[in-house]
Ligand binder design. Structure first.
Ligand SMILES: NC(=O)C1=CN([C@@H]2O[C@H](COP(=O)(O)OP(=O)(O)OC[C@H]3O[C@@H](n4cnc5c(N)ncnc54)[C@H](O)[C@@H]3O)[C@@H](O)[C@H]2O)C=CC1
Ligand SMILES: O=C(O)[C@@H]1CCC=N1
Length: 267
């Protein structure tokens, strides 16, 4: 894999950087480029990594990982294109940005992998989907996979599915945190102390997620097991249906999918 350059170290860039270090990669095997000087200093102090300019980082990197916002991607790629080492792999973690967008701006034949990660990578429980660009071989894909598997699961998907993946697992943690907040507020409304409500909700989510993963049972089966006839759960679920929560989820994820698609055009 050689030297890895992380270009853009905000939330997602730091998540990947910290995961690679946790997985045993030496700080000397990584360089970071970050536009904000205060952030650069923070990362240098926290991780002992070299933080340098975009071009300088790319010049020496065998793998270039782009983690800037989709809206900044065109400017960054135009800046670094002339400095990418022949044979270096370019990996993009940006929502919406296609491999074609990058290939058109990079030297002809540059291998590009598009990745959609998510923030649970911070606790090594990430979910990343990867797609090959036009000049990628199996070795390039394996290389990108090994980078992301340091912080969680990795699946390969056809690039046409990446906007849907972004809507589901890329943005997904936010929906879960939103539901968590709503359940905690409901607990407070029902008179529970906030700390108690929080502990109940977080452990319930963790337990339910663990059941889904460990039993492999369909969520409908697991939900039915909680839903006693004429009981409390069915009363709550009926109210959720009255408020069209299931339909709202479908519309919400459709909006995220569409927004991901729009981001490709720099909007
Ligand atoms: N936050 C998330 O949950 C996820 C984010 N992503 C993708 O990761 C990318 C970054 O997102 P976040 O980390 O959330 O954003 P962010 O705003 O926290 O980080 C972006 C970083 O790039 C830096 N930057 C901007 N222009 C630069 C330049 N020209 N040179 C060097 N550094 C530059 C910024 O200073 C900032 O620190 C986006 O493309 C996003 O679609 C993908 C999946 C999940
Ligand atoms: O909200 C966003 O655009 C990024 C991509 C997926 C998660 N966060």
């Amino acid at each position: 894999m050689g030297l890895v350059a992380v270009i853009g170290a905000g939330v997602m860039g730091e998540t990947l950087l910290s995961g690679l270090l946790r997985a045993g990669r030496a700080p000397g095997d990584l360089v970071v480029a970050e536009r904000r000087p205060d952030r650069a200093a923070e990362l240098r102090a926290k991780y002992g990594v070299e933080v340098i300019g975009n071009v300088e980082a790319v010049e020496k990197a065998d793998t270039v990982v782009l983690v800037v916002k989709p809206q900044d991607m065109g400017a960054v790629v135009d800046e670094i294109a002339g400095s990418v080492k022949p044979g270096a792999l370019v990996v993009s973690l940006a929502a919406g940005i296609t491999t074609e967008f990058l290939e058109q701006r990079l030297p002809a034949g540059t291998p590009v992998v598009r990745v959609m990660p998510n923030t649970p990578a911070l606790v090594d429980q990430g979910m990343a989907a990867i797609s090959a660009g036009a000049h990628c071989d199996d070795e390039h894909l394996a290389h990108a996979e090994s980078l992301l598997s340091a912080v969680g699961k990795v699946v390969q998907v056809a690039e046409k599915h990446q906007d849907a993946v972004t809507a589901i697992s890329g943005s997904g943690p936010a929906y879960i945190f939103y539901v968590t907040e709503a359940m905690i507020e409901a607990g407070v409304f029902l008179g529970l102390p906030r700390t108690t409500a929080t502990e109940l909700v977080v452990q319930t989510l963790y337990g339910a997620a663990t059941m889904l993963r460990e039993t492999g049972d369909h969520p409908s089966v697991l939900r039915e097991n909680v839903t006693s006839p004429g009981g409390t759960t069915v009363a709550a679920l009926r109210t959720l249906d009255d408020h069209k929560v299931r339909a709202a989820f479908i519309s919400a994820l459709e909006a995220a999918r569409d927004r991901s698609h729009e981001l490709a055009s720099g909007q």
